[in-house]
Design a protein. Structure first.
Length: 113
């Protein structure tokens, strides 16, 4: 099994899968990331990240039956595993901890004496 480090892009993918719930497959994940995060990603980058997340045990996937609308090609649906949920919770806790440690910033007008 690969390491447990969770990169920003992987975190976005895990959160997107959770948002999409039962409709999380390649096309919908890519579309949701493009719309919500305003980040254009390639299909290849997405599938590489999904493969790595599955290798880490953060997601599982299941292939559905092919459909006539897709020319018989099946969809692969993704689900975040308990391990994946723990990973994003840890990432959020770390970010929250770091944000809470930032000293208060003083906003000053550049022309103020």
């Amino acid at each position: 099994m690969k390491g447990t480090h969770l990169g920003e892009f992987q975190e976005i993918i895990l959160l997107t899968i959770l948002v999409l719930d039962d409709d999380a497959y390649g096309v919908t994940i890519k579309r949701e990331i493009n719309q919500r995060v305003k980040r254009s990603i390639s299909r290849g980058a997405l599938h590489t990240a999904l493969t790595r997340l599955e290798e880490k045990g953060f997601i599982t996937s299941e292939q559905a039956e092919g459909s006539p609308e897709r020319g018989g090609r099946p969809k692969r649906y993704y689900t975040v595993s308990n391990r994946g949920i723990e990973a994003i919770q840890e990432a959020k806790a770390l970010r929250d901890q770091l944000w809470s440690q930032i000293p208060k910033l003083r906003l000053q007008h550049p022309y103020a004496g």
